[in-house]
Design a binder for this molecule. Structure first.
Ligand SMILES: Cc1ncc(C[n+]2csc(CCOP(=O)(O)OP(=O)(O)O)c2C)c(N)n1
Length: 361
């Protein structure tokens, strides 16, 4: 796997035209490089990663299909295309580790073990919602599995995760804190401050930066012309690596190494995972027709789809069959169908609920 910096255009007169040729130097080959590699993980574990990714993909696609019915009372940010980052990262954490995330929450919440029914209730503004119907998609939380919180403020969850890591360290706990952030979050001053603080205090903290090259519709090269994100992170004094975020095993392995380091006093690690989102920044469907990226670019990335390429890889290794994969899809579809029924049958909040969870002096 080689990631090369592309030639950045000096004059960007026609962004759409530039984007049709720029691939950001991504040379990901899916699992081609892994053909002859030993897999230290058990077959059951390898299979579970595929099942988890398929589950997230099916859930997201069903949310997308139903979104325009307007029963969900929330903005959404689908994670379709980025499932390997969600699953690879969370598969190296324990249930007790504390996980935080930004606005693109669904993958993190589900991969950490968050309750699907409570998530869909939250998105339908029902009282069984995981945030009591007050948060919507961007504020998912499930303390029972260490899904500690998410924030709609870009970069906002990052210093909070450092606070949690500091508390765990001061208590002598062997748990750690972990946080998802996007490439645009690295442009927030508070993220630089957090990296510095994490290095200074050797915090038990793991950052997973999902670099999907866009902040809404602004491409990375119009925002950060001269830096590689993982190198920028390293300059603050934390360990930092770049991984193929479309390869679930690559993400898992890097995270497992970071977790090991954090649990044994080695401090924080920043992982930059190169990913791609297949859908619009927010809402359902694809927004490429607005011209900020070309359809050709999207198609190019679909060739390294994290779910299908990993499925093919496991089939070649004879760890799963075609039928197993079909069954994983069917089970997930059944689960998500039932969870939607549950959410839609759940009660809406009443006027009385306006006065609960309200604090005043
Ligand atoms: C502090 C702040 N600035 C701007 C926004 C508006 N905003 C919402 S999402 C987003 C882009 C975030 O991009 P990135 O962090 O790369 O994550 P991605 O959406 O690509 O997953 C922006 C600018 C915000 N929510 N918070």
């Amino acid at each position: 796997m080689v990631f090369e910096r592309p030639e950045f255009p000096t004059l960007v007169d026609n962004i759409a035209e530039e984007l049709s040729v720029i691939r950001y130097g991504y040379r990901g080959t899916g699992f081609a490089d892994w053909k002859d590699r030993d897999l230290p993980q058990t077959p059951a574990f390898c299979t579970s990663l595929l099942r988890d990714m398929i589950r997230i993909r099916e859930i997201e696609e069903e949310i997308e299909r139903r979104y325009h019915q307007d029963q969900m009372k929330t903005p959404i940010h689908l994670v379709i295309g980025q499932e390997a980052a969600s699953v690879g990262f969370c598969s190296a954490l324990t249930r007790d580790d504390l996980l935080y995330s930004g606005h693109r929450t669904h993958g993190a919440y589900l991969a950490k073990g968050g309750d699907l029914r409570a998530m869909l209730c939250e998105m339908h503004c029902r009282i069984n919602g995981c945030a009591g119907s007050r948060g919507g998609s961007m504020h998912l939380i499930d303390k029972s599995v260490g899904m500690a919180g998410t924030s709609a403020i870009v970069g906002g969850a990052v210093p909070i995760s450092a606070g949690a890591a500091l508390a765990l360290k001061m208590k002598g706990s062997d748990r750690l804190a972990a946080v998802f952030l996007g490439d645009a979050a690295t442009e927030e001053g508070v993220v630089a401050e957090t990296l510095n603080f994490a290095a200074l205090k050797r915090l038990p903290l793991v950052f997973l930066c999902e670099n999907n090259f866009y902040s809404v519709q602004s491409p990375l090269f119009t925002r950060q012309p001269v830096r590689d994100i993982h190198k920028w992170a390293a300059s603050h004094g934390v360990e930092s690596v770049q991984v193929d975020g479309m390869n679930v095993l690559d993400v898992h392995d890097a995270t497992a190494a970071a977790v090991e380091r954090a649990r044994h006093g080695g401090g924080a690690t920043f992982i930059e995972a190169i990913v791609y989102r297949y859908r619009a920044h927010g809402g359902a469907g694809d927004d490429s027709k607005t011209g900020y990226r070309s359809l050709e670019e999207v198609r190019e990335w679909e060739r390294v789809d994290p779910v299908t390429t990993y499925g093919e890889f496991l089939k070649e290794r004879r760890l799963v069959s075609e039928d197993d994969v079909a069954q994983m899809h069917a089970e997930s579809r059944r689960e998500v169908g039932e969870a939607f029924e549950f959410a839609l049958a759940s009660p809406e909040p009443t006027e009385k609920d306006l006065y609960t969870h309200v604090y005043s002096d």
